[in-house]
Design a protein around this ligand. Structure first.
Ligand code: NAD
Ligand code: USQ
Length: 405
């Protein structure tokens, strides 16, 4: 491929990283995955598992080679703890692009207890900083692409469409109004979201001090499982998390409907959130890789989401198509019961993204996957039992709260 890049994908064994690695490999780039496999270890410790039977990294990579003739390299390194191994690899590969998915990414897990809070902060801040510092120390000039979250903005848009990372502020003085673009004020709702807010300052500093080229992707909730590449072979299948810690809301509802569990709407379900299908996630990454900022530019921030919905509306939609009952359970989280949310995604649209929306039938595809692997569901992993503070109650289903849509 002309313009093939050497791309390091940190967290490339995970839900977003794995299909991204395959997609960029298929586009002709040279891919190396770094992953400590900590997510597989956390699942084992929790007694949870992906609904889909994901194969070992070695088997996945061998299957990719067998199906496409393409090779993806793999290194088992913990980027938060194994700095020497990380610098050795970076100095060998000298990547054109580093895509960083390798963080603890579940809000619920980050609020489970003191151990999980500390792990999330240590892992996410230290791993991200080590990658940036190592690149500078080695005199490399990679384009650094980081997966952040819409949650750094908080979810209440205050009536405005949330812009892409920066907010213009107008400061009146005696004869003039001064204008500045400031980083959008953060308003995280969990320890996990707080780490995503904090690493934004690392990016701001390294872009200014060392002229690193950095793209921050503020992604919404990812739903779906399969992409064009993961569908090529059963051994390439992507993860499908549905458990209380790592399962995200729409995938949980799709799977709950299949196994005959009431859809667990937290509180009133008036929480509005941003969503994106996994197929669009990988397309956005390919677009981001091709459009790095220039050296000396401020951090480029793009909102990586395609639509917003309330949790209540999603439950109704799934219920209408499947006949599943809806249970309005206690909300274990300390979050606003209702909020409005409009988020700009103009940059990705202007760069050619054509979003896949819920209306376009992929809910059915995701549900077919859930049907195929229903026998793997561990039902006691479904209810969200960790509470944000002592004032919340677990999101368990009491039969009197179940009602038809
Ligand atoms: P995931 O848990 O499936 O994958 C993360 C991967 O990173 C795992 O394979 C894990 O083993 C690895 N990892 C974690 N810490 C590491 C470390 N210190 N060193 C090496 N590897 C490490 O998560 P995901 O859903 O693929 O999310 C990827 C990124 O996208 C995260 O940063 C997350 O915050 C962000 N994001 C995800 C979603 C979503 O809905 N899944 C939405 C918005 C943003
Ligand atoms: N919810 C329910 N019922 C459930 C599960 C969740 O009503 O059974 C509600 C939650 O209370 C919350 C909303 O659904 O109001 C979203 O929860 P979620 O678990 O789907 O998503 P969240 O915790 O926000 O985290 C996920 C990813 C995270 C990513 C984030 C994007 O795990 O990595 O950063 O989505 S965003 O939400 O835009 O910040």
């Amino acid at each position: 491929m002309k313009n093939a890049k050497d791309i390091l994908i940190v967290g490339g064994d995970g839900f977003c990283g794995w299909p991204t690695a395959l997609h960029l490999s298929r586009l002709g780039h040279n891919i190396t995955i770094i992953d400590s496999l900590v997510r597989r270890a956390i699942d084992a410790k929790l007694g949870a598992d992906s609904l889909t039977p994901i194969t070992s990294v070695e088997e996945r990579l061998a299957a990719w080679k067998e199906k496409t003739g393409l090779t993806i390299a793999f290194e088992n390194i913990d980027v938060a703890r194994e700095f020497d191994q990380l610098t050795e690899l970076l100095s060998t590969i000298k990547p054109d692009t580093i895509i960083h998915f390798g963080e603890q990414r579940a809000a619920s897990y980050s609020m489970k207890g003191i151990g999980e809070k500390r792990y999330t902060v240590d892992n996410n801040i230290s791993g991200t900083h080590s990658l940036l510092a190592a690149a500078v120390e080695l005199g490399l000039d990679p384009h650094f692409v980081h997966l952040g979250t819409v949650g750094v903005y908080g979810y209440d848009d205050g009536g405005i469409e949330i812009p892409e990372g920066y907010l213009p502020v107008y400061v009146p003085s005696e004869n003039k109004i001064y204008q500045q673009d400031v980083l959008y004020p953060t308003n995280p709702g969990s320890v996990y979201h707080m780490t995503k807010s904090m690493v934004q300052l690392l990016f701001q500093f390294y872009a200014k001090n060392d002229a690193l080229r950095i793209t921050g992707l503020h992604q919404g909730i990812v739903w779906g499982t399969q992409t064009e590449e993961t569908k090529l072979d059963e051994r390439l299948i992507n993860r499908f998390d549905y458990d209380e810690d790592y399962g995200t809301v729409l995938n949980r509802f799709l799977m709950q409907a299949v196994v005959g569990h009431p859809l667990t709407v937290h509180g009133t379900g008036g929480q509005t959130r941003a969503f994106i299908h996994i197929q669009d996630t990988v397309k956005c990454l390919a677009i981001a890789v091709e459009n790095p900022p220039k050296r000396g530019d401020k951090v480029a921030i793009l909102n990586q989401m395609t639509e917003t919905h309330t949790v209540r509306a999603l439950a109704k939609l799934v219920s209408e198509t499947s006949g599943a009952k809806i249970a309005y359970v206690d909300n274990p989280r300390n979050e606003a019961a209702e909020n409005g949310l409009r988020v700009s995604n103009k940059i990705f649209i202007s760069l050619g993204l054509e979003p896949v929306t819920l209306a376009e039938g992929l809910m059915d595809e995701t549900q077919q996957i859930a049907i195929k692997y229903t026998h793997r569901c561990i039902r006691n992993m479904i209810p969200c039992t960790s509470t944000w503070t002592d004032d919340q109650r677990p999101g368990v289903v009491y039969t009197e709260k179940i009602r038809a849509a």
